[in-house]
Design a binder for this molecule. Sequence first.
Ligand SMILES: [Fe+2]
Ligand SMILES: [Fe+2]
Length: 193
Amino acid sequence: MSINSRNKSLSFIIIVSLLVSAIILGLWSSLTNPVPWILIVALALMPLLRQKHIEQIKWSDDYSIGIEYIDQDHKKLLHLLNQFSIAYDYAQCEEFEREALEELVSYTKYHFKREEKLMADYDYPGLAEHQEEHQAMIDKVEEYAHIYNEQGHDSLKQVTNLITFWLINHINESDKEYSRYLQQLGADEFDNN
Ligand SMILES: [Fe+2]
Ligand SMILES: [Fe+2]
């Protein structure tokens, strides 16, 4: 565990201890005494006031490329990215963050393989270029995993924001482009194997 994480765990333990003490004090003194209750609310709001926050990304129908199982993959990728926001904002456990990152790496690879197979099945002419984009993304995600291993928790915000930005752009540009091509072929149902 890094010094940074240790400090965060320590401050978390202190906040929880103060919170518990305030509740006991509130119950012990008098339920009508407002001071302990103000203290409780202030302590409970402290994590929100740290302003170290990653925005959760909500799925929007604007991201749909019109192929159901690919949309499901993209939703899952956004969900995995949202796990980081939760890890970043609340979790004190590096193991949770590391597992979330590993799952993102492996699901990204799995999704890219599915897309590439779909494009190959329909002889999509932009396949090679699309594969290069995927490979660049895998390299980036692996590089970020390496940065995380070096810098720990503090790097998560930057890593998450960059991956999210890349993913949304890629869906809206490149994925929609191959989807349009497939739909122009008249194929309206796609095999999801
Ligand atoms: Fe995709
Ligand atoms: Fe793609």
